[in-house]
Design a protein around this ligand. Sequence first.
Ligand code: C5P
Length: 178
Amino acid sequence: TAGPTHEPIDPVRYIANRSSGKQGFAIAGALAALGARVSLIAGPVALPTPPGVTRIDVETAREMAAAVEAALPADAAVMVAAVADWGAEAAGLKIKKQDGVLPSLTLVENPDILAGLARHPQRPRLLVGFAAETNDVIDHAIAKRQRKDCDWIVANDVSGDVMGGDANTVHIISADRV
Ligand code: C5P
């Protein structure tokens, strides 16, 4: 998976995040170049599809979860997407602006696709999660690996101007080392 998800508020507005998709697309391209058969389940980004990769475009976290399910079985899953933790109870019609009235949003929890895969009867043999943290990066990533029950966590320090950039440094956390 790669990129952000868009969670509709109404037919013209959505909640999103700053994920560019670059990291996930680069990994998908690298895996294909190594000879893997790659399904890239991409949130809304305008990046070109890497050579040799089968791309499935989705918008919401729920659509991404369904596309991941449809891509199984897989030997490995690399879950790079910045999936929105919450969607909104979306209005069917555009919410109209009214002077002095602020609309309220009701958020609903999205499925955790990575944690779902960890419990799945067809769990891929290698399950790689990602973490984007601004502080205590390694400690948070170690805890996340245990909580989500994946094999590795790739920890990104996003405290600087990292999101959207072309260069990045990561820590890879497995059960026994960093
Ligand atoms: O909990 P957090 O969003 O920090 O976890 C990040 C990891 O979990 C990433 O690998 C991301 O792709 C995955 N994730 C997911 N479904 C969610 C939230 C996160 O697969 N709803």
